[in-house]
Each structure stands twice: as structure tokens, then as C-alpha cells.
Design a protein around this ligand. Structure first.
Ligand code: HEM
Length: 325
């Protein structure tokens, strides 16, 4: 035993070094960098820390039935717990800033199971894989004087072109005037699976029925850092807020493993149904992990490595926030 312990001790550094050299990015690496970027935020989400919870119903169309056997499309309507949010781990994020907004929807299926979607207001993600995204976040960590080295960030972007498309999108689209007046993108590719097992690749989008309406430059300067939850509450006091859930149907050779790329614009769009929102201020979202790989039979994740890693990171964040860490 003693010999073995000694031996493992001797070999341990070599083994660890070997592991580090080839190690893939781990979920916890993101939790650490979120903490470096936003400080310790006990009890809150480590990403999308600031948000508002609403409830509504989803009424599916019949268009998806030819592609998928999911119970999401066979039910007449299903209840949904929805959370709109600001990207990042800062619970006091400024709602006029040029950053993505997010939406998480948990559909309650008739058999008691759930189906999740969680997307952003940008069609693309800043990095073709977890490694590239993690590197970008690491360059954004402030130094000991609290300053971000923007030259380093710029250089990183140049060396990692897959981080650029989301940045360009955010520069050319002002932030939304309301959580209800912006389009949300699923970003990743998923597969519909029908009764025979045939697969069709798709990306989902949630489009506001009232149309998109961005903040003006003046509003971006004048509005307070927090207004989105109140705005939504006010909108809901005069009626429901509506979104249409769409699927963009991919071609066989469309890229599925790189969320920094969007498919060509000419792809067919089908309506999957109408999402109605009736009431805000619900607190059920606190106990929800919008893991985007929790899907119903009839819809499958793609081979996107960012999509795959999200489950691990969300589980760590969920466990931490529920235990007050
Ligand atoms: C490696 C990439 C990513 C990491 C590390 C990451 C990390 C996180 C974390 C830690 C949370 C909080 C989870 C919780 O406590 O419940 C979160 C929430 C969220 N993420 Fe991500 N995320 C990634 C990619 C994405 C992508 C690609 C999208 C959009 C397609 C997205 C959209 C969202 C949304 C909407 C929420 C808020 C869900 C809620 O309201 O609870 N994330 N993310």
C-alpha cells in the first residue's frame, strides 16, 4: 500500500501535466470565469443573473407534425414557465447596454415531463466551440486595478474570428425597448425526429407578434439601468404578449456543430405555434434549470459542442444557487 501510494505520488505530477496539456474545457472553468467577471453572487444564476419570470401557454400549429413526433406538437396547448434575462453574471446589469438578452421557456407536456428551450437575441454565439468562448471571457477579466485590457480583447477577436459575428451584430442592433419586442434565436441546430426515425435539422426562433422595436440612441442614454421588468408588467396589464415560435429547416450540408455561424437566409421557415404570455412576476423560475438538452422525444440535440457543454455548466450553477452559493 505504502509503495503504491509513493508510486502514485511520484507519477501524479506527470499525469496531471499530461491531462492539462490535452484537457478539454470543463464546466467549472466557466463558473470560475463568471465569478472573476461578476464577483461572487451567492444564490443567483452564474449566467443571466438578472431576469424576470412570466407564465403563459403554447398552442402548437400542425406544421411540425410532418417532421416530429414530439408531444409538444400533439397537445392542444401546454403551459409554459418563461424567464427573460440579461446575459452575464451581474444581477444589476444595465438594461441599456449592448449585450444579448435571453429567454428560457419550459413547456409542461401532458405526460408531466418538460421540454426546454433557451436562446438569445443574437442569431450567433461568440465562439465556434467552448474553448474559444472561454478564452474570450478570460481576456475580459479586469486586471488588479479593475481595468479591462481592450487591446488584448481586440487581438483575441482577430486571432479567433468566430467571436466576431456576435460582436458585429450587437454593434449594428440597438438593444430592445422591451423583452416583448425582440426576436430570440435558438442558435444551435437541433433535429426533429418523426415516428419512423427520420431526422430533419432545424434552428428555432421566437418572433414577437408586435414586431421588433429597438431603443433609440437617446433612450439608451436616458433610460434607467432597470426598466425591462416594469415595461413587461405594464404591457401585460392591457393584454397578453404574443410570440410565434418558428423553425428554420436546414439543408443536409448546413453546419450543425458551430454556433458562431448562421445558415443562409433562404432556408424555409415554418410556424411551430403561438406562445402567449399572460402574467409576469411569477417566482417559479427560481426552481427551474433551463437546460437546453432537456427535450421531449421527437426532438434531439445536434453535435454542437457548445450545446453539449451547457448542461454541465447549468447543472453546476443550478446546484450552487439552490444551496445559496
Ligand atoms: C459554453 C457556453 C455557455 C455557458 C458557459 C453558459 C452559461 C450559463 C449559465 C451558468 C447560466 C445560468 C444557469 C442557471 O443557473 O440556471 C446560463 C443561463 C442562460 N443561458 Fe447560457 N451559457 C452558454 C451558452 C449559451 C447559449 C449558446 C445560449 C443561447 C442559445 C444561452 C442562453 C442562456 C439563457 C437564455 C440563460 C438563462 C436561462 C434562465 O433564465 O434560467 N447560453 N448560461
Amino acid at each position: 500500500m505504502v509503495k503504491l501510494a509513493k508510486l502514485s505520488f511520484l507519477f501524479l505530477p506527470t499525469l496531471l501535466l499530461g491531462q492539462t496539456a490535452s484537457a478539454e474545457v470543463q464546466g467549472n472553468d466557466f463558473i470560475q470565469v463568471f465569478e472573476q467577471l461578476s464577483g461572487k453572487q451567492p444564490g443567483v444564476r452564474k449566467g443571466h443573473a438578472k431576469g424576470v419570470c412570466v407564465v403563459g401557454e403554447f398552442a402548437p400549429s400542425t406544421a411540425a407534425l410532418q417532421y416530429s413526433s414530439s408531444a409538444l406538437f400533439t397537445a392542444e396547448s401546454v403551459k409554459a414557465s418563461i424567464r427573460f434575462s440579461m446575459a452575464g453574471g451581474n444581477p444589476a446589469a444595465n438594461e441599456t447596454e449592448r449585450s444579448p438578452r435571453g429567454v428560457g421557456v419550459q413547456f409542461k407536456l401532458p405526460d408531466g415531463r418538460v421540454h426546454n428551450i433557451a436562446g438569445l437575441t443574437t442569431p450567433v454565439f461568440p465562439g465556434k466551440d467552448p474553448q474559444t468562448f472561454l478564452g474570450l471571457l478570460q481576456t475580459l477579466v479586469p486586471n488588479e486595478q479593475g481595468r479591462i485590457d481592450f487591446a488584448k480583447v481586440k487581438q483575441y477577436r482577430q486571432e479567433h474570428p468566430s467571436t466576431q459575428a456576435q460582436f458585429n451584430w450587437l454593434q449594428s442592433h440597438n438593444p430592445p425597448s422591451s423583452y416583448s419586442r425582440v426576436q430570440y434565436y435558438g442558435i444551435h441546430s437541433f433535429n426533429f425526429v418523426d415516428d419512423k426515425g427520420d431526422k430533419t435539422k432545424f434552428k428555432w426562433q421566437l418572433a414577437p407578434v408586435a414586431g421588433e422595436l429597438a431603443l433609440t440612441e437617446q433612450q439608451m442614454k436616458q433610460l434607467p439601468p432597470t426598466f425591462l421588468a416594469d415595461k413587461l408588467k405594464q404591457e401585460l396589464s392591457t393584454g397578453s404578449v404574443l410570440f410565434e415560435l418558428h423553425a428554420i429547416i436546414g439543408y443536409e450540408d448546413d453546419v450543425t456543430n458551430d454556433p458562431s455561424q448562421f445558415w443562409p437566409k433562404d432556408r424555409q421557415t415554418i410556424s411551430l405555434g403561438l406562445q402567449t404570455i399572460n402574467q409576469s412576476g411569477d417566482n417559479r423560475c427560481d426552481g427551474i434549470n433551463y437546460d437546453p438538452n432537456v427535450l421531449s422525444k421527437g426532438i434531439e440535440p445536434s453535435d454542437d459542442p457548445v450545446l453539449r457543454l451547457r448542461s454541465t455548466v447549468y447543472a453546476i450553477s443550478f446546484g450552487k444557487r439552490l444551496s445559496g452559493n
